[in-house]
Design a protein. Structure first.
Length: 241
């Protein structure tokens, strides 16, 4: 008899010979650390499976999928981005976590940043994600909610690129996800601000319709939705949907 592995809502999915082979996961850059851990746990529970990842900005990944890049699973940082691949999945995407923005500043907050208005002070250099990327779209909403109209010195391709500008000392602040700031807490401080409530991002995940390995892809998604997968994501700072 095949074994069983837990999944979301207390359900189980069959395990055994059907869950083997490679699973290619395209995932938002902000999921890098927790999905790497989830993949390790999934491989340990399914010795016949190997998980490989492509982490990047969600819009970049969606474009690659639309252009025919082979992938089994897509995890995006916003529902809007997921809709660009809705014609190529075999069931509805599921929102599995939520994330919100913080202001990332160098360790010790040398410029005394306490809110979004401080980012518009003379001489303060700010990095944002490009507007077509979910973290950039969230930043636009948050800044609008605060009534702040600032000009960033750089627009980056994904949240990790924006965060790296702070870590390298090239900017004084960046708007990034709470989870990304938490992942490098030794180098940056994450400043919470109330307008982030206007820019919370839901993260959907789906098995793609042209997935080369649908059985293992479905099992991977079930693992992400399981209590074990959700615990890894919560530890990384993500919120339950």
């Amino acid at each position: 008899m095949a074994g069983l592995v837990g999944c979301g809502a207390g359900q189980t999915v069959p395990q055994g010979d059907a869950v083997t082979g490679d699973v290619t996961v395209f995932a938002a850059a902000s999921l890098t650390e927790p999905f790497t851990r989830i993949g390790e746990d999934f491989e340990a529970a399914n010795p016949g499976v190997r998980v490989t990842y492509s982490f990047a900005g969600s819009s970049t990944l969606a474009a690659q999928i639309d252009q025919g890049a082979p992938a089994d699973v897509f995890a995006a940082a916003s529902p809007d981005t997921m809709t660009t691949v809705t014609d190529s999945h075999d069931h509805d995407p599921k929102v599995f976590v939520r994330n919100r923005l913080v202001i990332a500043v160098p360790d010790g907050n040398p410029n005394g940043v306490s809110g979004l208005a401080d980012l518009d002070r003379p001489g303060v250099k700010v990095a944002l994600c490009a507007a077509q990327v979910p973290c950039g779209a969230a930043a636009v909403r948050a800044l609008a909610a605060a009534g702040v109209d600032l000009t960033p010195v750089t627009l980056e391709r994904d949240v990790r690129a924006a965060l790296s500008k702070v870590r390298l000392g090239e900017v004084d602040a960046a708007l990034v996800y709470r989870t990304d700031a938490q992942a490098v807490a030794a180098d940056v401080d994450g400043i919470e601000f109330p307008e982030s409530a206007s820019a919370i991002n839901d993260y959907p995940i789906v098995v793609l319709g042209n997935a080369p390995n649908k059985p293992a892809a479905r099992a991977f998604v079930d693992h992400v939705l399981s209590d074990a997968g959700q615990a890894v994501l919560a530890a990384a700072g993500f919120q339950a949907p």
